[in-house]
Structure formats: structure tokens, C-alpha cells
Design a protein around this ligand. Structure first.
Ligand SMILES: [Fe+2]
Length: 383
């Protein structure tokens, strides 16, 4: 038995944000980061909420890597203000932090690392969650995953629970118009990684596959255009929708090994998610393609993006080449050493990286099983 889950409402397209005009409630915790506050993006949201006489309390202390400490602080503020809506305005870090605040606000006795998919997680007794993504990448607005750093150990925790899917996702492309080229590029490759992994993972299914495939087609067609012409609302809208579709795809199947290795290396070597996933994805695809079934699935994708080939393996390899070409043409780094990582640093951290990767959710159902030795080999190849 399997379930398909997504936000109750996904409001998308131009001016989707006006949905907030009719929102009913009393008190909002607006979760965002200081960079966005300075760009005045949250002000648009605040104005709409205040039109309805809602009290808005701002928590703008999230940075690029949300931590449990931040979530605890946000939950305390939520409690002091008896909020009934949490509105997350930002990228994946902000949305993941908002989900964590939500958990702790509703369950003050709970620790974040006690969240397990099979255990009860009471939510919506005090507040509901609206996600307004401002990057086209993580898809956190549409799924039940949270990545948050445990301040004590430095490990990135990947937790998940079906109750954590936001109630409403507002996918308005206007918020992405001013994203810098490199952010558009790296977050766009994250969308590709989500959809390729969702499409090939052992938990792939008839309901997640169409979302994954549509997102893949959109990335290959529109990501270079969105990077090149950032002010083009049509290109931005295509990528913004693709990010949420890919979020639904992984939310209803699973992330895979590329994400396991990227979470681990990203945390240990301090490289942000979009940049590290661009390094890992092609290597993990070359590792996975050795499985006949994966080659067949990659060739299905190759067919849908109009690559010509005569055997599944050839199609699969062409897809990997095409993926590498896209990453290279977008100007993203493709080796760990491009980030200044030294061989010594890699060797010193290898055990820790392997340990984190093996224990990551992404290692559960990768299309090809891997051992610690495989991971070491892959990290060395990426160097
Ligand atoms: Fe990702």
C-alpha cells in the first residue's frame, strides 16, 4: 500500500501571492532570512497579511544552513505570540527551518531527531504552514522532508514525516526574478537531481514518475534560458513549477545516493547543497548505470528529452553526458578540488563522510546498492 501526498493547495503562476489576501487567522510567524529581508521580498507578504488585520512577527535569523538552535529560538517566539500560521518565505533552508519550528512549537517536549516517519507527529493543533519558495530548487514547499544541522555533532539530519507537508504552497515566479545566475544554476541542478533520483529509485511509482519526468524535461529545456535571461517571467515560472513538481516526486518516492553523498560532503566540507549536488550527480549516475534496470530508466528519460540512441545503455550514457554538459555549460564546479578542498582534507574527513553518507536517508533505496568502499572510490573520483 502506498499514498500520494502533496500540499492541500498549490497556488502557482503569476500573482499567486494574492492568495494571501483571503487568508483567515490572527497571528503569523513569518520565517525568512536577513538577506531576503533586506531585499524587501517579505514586505510584499507582510502587507498582504496585515490587510487582514493579522499580527505578523518576523523571525529572520535563518541562514544558509538551518540548525536545531535556530528552530528552538523560532519555536519560542511562536509560543510567545500564540501564532496560528507559520509562513515561510525563502529557499529550502528557510522552509526546512520553518518545518522544524512547527514541530517544536506544537511539541515542546520533543527533540527534532525523535521524528520518525512511522511514529505519530501531532501538528496543526496550534498552527498551519504556508511555504512561499523564493528559489527554484529544493521542493521543500511540496514535501515532507527536512534537512537540518545538529549543532552538537555538525551532522546534517535528514528527517521526514508525512504531516510535515505544508498546508499551502505558493509558487509565485516573481520572487525568483532577481536570483543571481549561479544560484539559479545550482538550484536548478538540484531540481534535476531530485527528479532523476525520484524517477530511478527503488521506490519509484506510477504517481511520482510523471512529476519527475515533467521536471526533468523542463530543466533541460528551460534552465539554461532562466540562467541567461533571469528577468524572463515565463522561464522563471517554468523552473519554479519544475522545482515544486520535483519536490512532489521525491516526496512520494525518495532521494537517492547522489543526495546521500552530497549531504555528507556538503556538511563536512562546507559546500552548499546546490553546488555539491552538481559535483556528485554525474558520478552517482555513472555508478548507478551499471545496473541494467537503471540504464533502461535513464534511456527512457533520454527518449523524453529527444536524445537519439540505439540501445538502452547508449541512451543512458548519452543522458549522463548531457547532464554533465548542462552542468559544465552553466559554469558550475564539477570537482571537489574546485572548491579548494585539498587531498589531505579529503583523506582526513573520509571516514566521517562515509559514515554520514551511509546513514543518510538517500542511502536507503538507491537504484544500485553501495558499500563504504564504493563511497570512498566515488569521493576520490570527484576530487
Ligand atoms: Fe536536493
Amino acid at each position: 500500500m502506498w499514498y500520494f501526498r502533496s500540499p492541500k493547495n498549490i497556488v502557482f503562476g503569476e500573482d499567486a501571492i494574492s492568495y494571501l489576501e483571503d487568508l483567515e487567522g490572527k497571528s503569523v510567524l513569518l520565517v525568512t532570512d536577513s538577506i531576503l529581508m533586506n531585499l524587501e521580498i517579505p514586505q510584499i507578504v507582510i502587507k498582504l497579511l496585515q490587510k487582514n488585520n493579522m499580527n505578523v512577527t518576523i523571525f529572520d535569523e535563518v541562514n544558509s544552513e538551518p540548525t536545531i538552535n535556530m528552530a528552538e529560538k523560532g519555536a519560542k517566539i511562536a509560543s510567545e505570540n500564540e501564532i496560528d500560521w507559520i509562513v515561510a518565505v525563502g529557499g529550502g533552508s528557510v522552509i526546512d527551518c520553518a518545518k522544524s519550528i512547527w514541530i517544536l512549537y506544537e511539541n515542546p517536549e520533543m527533540r527534532i531527531d525523535e521524528v520518525f516517519p512511522e511514529d505519530p507527529l501531532p501538528l496543526r493543533n496550534k498552527a498551519r504552514l504556508i511555504a512561499i519558495p523564493t528559489t527554484s530548487g529544493t521542493g521543500s514547499d511540496a514535501n515532507w522532508a527536512v534537512v537540518i544541522t545538529d549543532t552538537q555533532t555538525g551532522q546534517k539530519l535528514s528527517i521526514g514525516h508525512k504531516n510535515l507537508i505544508p498546508d499551502i504552497s505558493i509558487v509565485d515566479p516573481q520572487f525568483t526574478l532577481n536570483l543571481p545566475k549561479h544560484v539559479t544554476a545550482s538550484t536548478g541542478i538540484d531540481v534535476l537531481a531530485h527528479s532523476i533520483e525520484a524517477y530511478t529509485i527503488q521506490w519509484r511509482n506510477d504517481f511520482s514518475n510523471p512529476f519527475a519526468l515533467q521536471a526533468i524535461k523542463t530543466v533541460f529545456k528551460y534552465l539554461p534560458k532562466a540562467v541567461e535571461e533571469g528577468q524572463n517571467l515565463k522561464y522563471r515560472e517554468e523552473m519554479h513549477n519544475a522545482a515544486t513538481m520535483a519536490g512532489i516526486a521525491i516526496g512520494n518516492s525518495q532521494i537517492g545516493g547522489a543526495h546521500a553523498l552530497a549531504h555528507s560532503a556538503g556538511a563536512v566540507l562546507n559546500i552548499n547543497h546546490g553546488n555539491i549536488i552538481a559535483v556528485v550527480l554525474p558520478y552517482m549516475m555513472r555508478f548507478c548505470v551499471e545496473e541494467e534496470e537503471v540504464a533502461r530508466l535513464y534511456s527512457e528519460i533520454a527518449y523524453h528529452i529527444h536524445l537519439s540512441f540505439s540501445t538502452p545503455k547508449e541512451g543512458a550514457l548519452k543522458l549522463i553526458d548531457k547532464t554533465e554538459e548542462l552542468i559544465r555549460n552553466l559554469g558550475l564546479k564539477m570537482k571537489l578540488s574546485d572548491f579548494g578542498v585539498t587531498k589531505k582534507q579529503l583523506e582526513e574527513n573520509m571516514e566521517k563522510m562515509c559514515d554520514f553518507a551511509i546513514n543518510d536517508t538517500g542511502s536507503l533505496v538507491n537504484p544500485r546498492d553501495f558499500t563504504e568502499d564504493d563511497i570512498k572510490k566515488l569521493y576520490n573520483e570527484m576530487f
